[in-house]
Every structure is written in structure tokens, then in C-alpha cells.
Design a binder for this molecule. Structure first.
Ligand SMILES: [Zn+2]
Length: 204
């Protein structure tokens, strides 16, 4: 359930995947499904005290990625500007606590709010939702792909497995462009580790 992905990077399956980055600042990417709160409570404290988490970054705001926010009382929460805007205007899209949504900070490719996190690059990847982001940690060649990309060959389409684009705030055309962005990273680096939002399609 709790799995080490690379140096200082851990994965916890909570219906969607939570990733913990044990950097100078302690960072969580996506907080899993609320239904799996017990698993989070039981396993994550084995490697980090939950109150020590500094920052939580959401790849997007679908309900299965944003549960359990109350378990990180001292964290700042981030999502892309587009994603926050969309979900504020359409609160029925999310189960995110209104108070958390109100104090959520914008994430953008310039990393402005993330002064101590320059090691982690944010890539805007609209498609699954208009405000979806992926994160690229070049040092360990780890690519966090949220629900944008799960696996397979982006160019040939062989075994290609990507997120749904039939939601009201999805964009199929943008999805293609986003996948091309990811392909550049995957092609330009050896042995990129894909850390997707779900272990669909044989990905692990
Ligand atoms: Zn999703």
C-alpha cells in the first residue's frame, strides 16, 4: 500500500494515489478519496507526522483526489488558477470543503507561490479538466501525471491509457496538446518514472 518510488518519494494508494515528497518542505500531491481516510491515518504517519506537511498540491479537483484535507492542519493548499475558478463557479463538481476552497492558492508554471519548491516544475495540462496540472521532478526523473496520463505510447497510441475527457469541464483537443507536452519530457529523458493518479491500465 505504502510504496517507495524513488529517493524521498512515496506513494500511497487511496482509491486515487497520494504521493509524499520528503523534501526540505514536506509536500503531498493529491490527498486521495475520503472513503480511504482510515488507510491514510494508519499508514502515512509511519513515515511523516501529518501536521508536518507544509504543502498540498492538487493535480485537479475531482472528488477522489481531494479527500482528507482536514488531516493536514498546517498545510497550504494549491491548485491551478483555472481549476480553482472552475470549481468555485461550479461547486457541484467537487466535494472539497468550502473553507479549503476559499483559502486555496494559485499554482502556476512560474512557481510564484512556491518559493522553496523550485525543484518541482508545474506543467499545465488541460484536458481531463481544464485546470489539470502535472508535476515534473527532473532530479529523480519522476513525472506526476494526475488523471492526464496513465501509461502507453502517446505517439502510436499502443496501449495508450489517458484520463476521461467527457466531463463538463474537460477539453478533448487540449488533452491532445497536453499529451504532446508530456511526450516531450518522456522522450527527452531516460527511464522516466510515471506516477499517475490511478493505477489503471497495468501501470503500477
Ligand atoms: Zn479526475
Amino acid at each position: 500500500m505504502l510504496k517507495k518510488i524513488a529517493d524521498k518519494i512515496w506513494k500511497l494508494g487511496l482509491d486515487s494515489n497520494l504521493y509524499f515528497l520528503d523534501f526540505d518542505q514536506k509536500i503531498i500531491i493529491d490527498t486521495g478519496n475520503r472513503m480511504k481516510a482510515n488507510v491514510l491515518k494508519l499508514l502515512l504517519p509511519k513515515i511523516v507526522l501529518l501536521e508536518k506537511i507544509d504543502k498540498v498540491i492538487f493535480t485537479h479537483l475531482h472528488y477522489d483526489h481531494i479527500g482528507n484535507t482536514d488531516m493536514f492542519p498546517n498545510a497550504e493548499f494549491f491548485a491551478s488558477k483555472q481549476e480553482i475558478k472552475d470549481f468555485k463557479e461550479n461547486p457541484e463538481f467537487t466535494v472539497l470543503d468550502a473553507e479549503i476552497l476559499a483559502r486555496m492558492k494559485f499554482l502556476d508554471e512560474k512557481l510564484k507561490p512556491l518559493v522553496n519548491m523550485n525543484c518541482l516544475q508545474i506543467i499545465n495540462t488541460p484536458g481531463h479538466t481544464r485546470g489539470s496540472v502535472c508535476l515534473w521532478y527532473e532530479k529523480a526523473k519522476v513525472l506526476f501525471t494526475g488523471d492526464t496520463y496513465f501509461g502507453g505510447n502517446i505517439e502510436t497510441g499502443i496501449d495508450l491509457c489517458v484520463g476521461r475527457t467527457d466531463f463538463p469541464n474537460s477539453d478533448d483537443e487540449e488533452m491532445k496538446k497536453s499529451l504532446t507536452k508530456l511526450k516531450k519530457i518522456i522522450d527527452g529523458n531516460n527511464d522516466v518514472i510515471i506516477c499517475s493518479g490511478h493505477d489503471y491500465c497495468g501501470a503500477d
